[in-house]
Design a binder for this molecule. Structure first.
Ligand SMILES: C[S@@+](CC[C@H](N)C(=O)[O-])C[C@H]1O[C@@H](n2cnc3c(N)ncnc32)[C@H](O)[C@@H]1O
Length: 279
């Protein structure tokens, strides 16, 4: 593993994460009995517009119950569980962070979904799978941590069956640079690599895919973050939230994301591509 991957993995490696989530569920009054996916949503769907965006992606994906889907950069597994639950398909998630993977497994047991989803710690640039084994792939807001985007996309192309779909929901750059840091995916510029949407599209095609759908979701992202205020030093946080994943400065990160969206320093795209049958 390269130095940059170690650096990124360290950012996404909170100690004792599962116990912290369990304590937060108890302290918030929810408790640990009969938990639903909605109860976990404040912490386990770590992307812009959370569960709402995941449901849109599920609809767009065309994934069906007979499929085996790979979630690349799955975090603690919220979107993988949601996909398996709604569609009925089998989902395997991979993530660089062993801490997140251990938590993804433990949370899946907590909501009795351990037979529907499985998780493995792995680098998305070197997936531990044979060629052409997955019926579909999705990746939700992880490309920002990847420098070699074509290599990352080629690796997904390799493990996807011919005819299979790749669904992406990704933060890209925009006309103004640089973005303000920290942001939810990066403490500073050493961890973030944003391609302009048109360049990102070219990368997808260069990896061998054909583009089927391309939706600009920037306006929806801007709306979702429009109320985020600059935090004061002694700001309070809810018990359960993504601060458990990436630190208590999450409100500064959210505020910077608002500024980056409003000042056209980042954009958000949703895409579907497919691997040609003769690919
Ligand atoms: C912003 S989080 C999104 C997590 C998840 N997709 C979600 O929506 O909840 C980005 C994730 O990408 C993972 N990641 C970053 N670089 C990676 C790599 N090279 N291989 C695998 N996972 C990676 C991080 O560990 C982190 O969990």
């Amino acid at each position: 593993m390269t130095e940059i991957h170690q650096h990124i993995r360290a950012y996404y490696s909170p100690e004792d994460l599962f116990n912290k989530i369990k304590s937060a569920l108890v302290e918030s009054g929810r408790g640990l009995e009969n938990l639903t996916l909605d109860d976990l949503q404040p912490v386990d769907e770590f992307h812009i517009r959370g569960q709402v965006a995941t449901m849109e992606l599920i609809k767009l994906s065309g994934f069906s119950a007979d499929m085996h889907i790979l979630d690349v950069g799955c975090g603690i597994g919220g979107s993988a569980r949601r996909l398996a639950d709604v569609v009925g398909c089998r989902v395997t998630g991979v993530d660089l962070s062993e801490y997140y993977i251990a938590t993804a497994d433990a949370l899946s047991s907590l909501v009795n979904m351990e037979d529907k989803v499985e998780f493995r710690a792995a680098n998305a640039l070197d997936l531990p799978f044979s060629d052409a084994v997955f019926d579909g792939i999705w990746s939700i807001q992880m490309n920002m941590n990847i420098i070699d985007k074509v290599d990352w996309l080629r690796e997904q192309y390799r493990v996807l069956k011919p005819g299979g779909r790749l669904v992406l929901y990704e933060v890209c750059g925009n006309v103004n640079v640089p973005p303000y840091f920290p942001v939810p995916w990066a403490q500073d510029s050493t961890m973030s690599n944003l391609a302009l949407p048109e360049v990102f599209k070219d990368h997808i095609v260069a990896a061998g895919f054909k583009i089927e759908a391309w939706n600009d979701k920037t306006a929806l992202a801007r709306e979702a973050f429009s109320q985020v205020q600059e935090p004061c030093d002694n700001h309070e946080l809810p018990e359960l939230g993504v601060h458990l994943l990436v630190g208590r400065d999450i409100l500064y990160k959210a505020y910077n994301l608002r500024r980056n969206l409003e000042e056209k320093r980042v954009s958000l795209i949703e895409a579907v591509a497919f691997k040609p049958v003769d690919g």
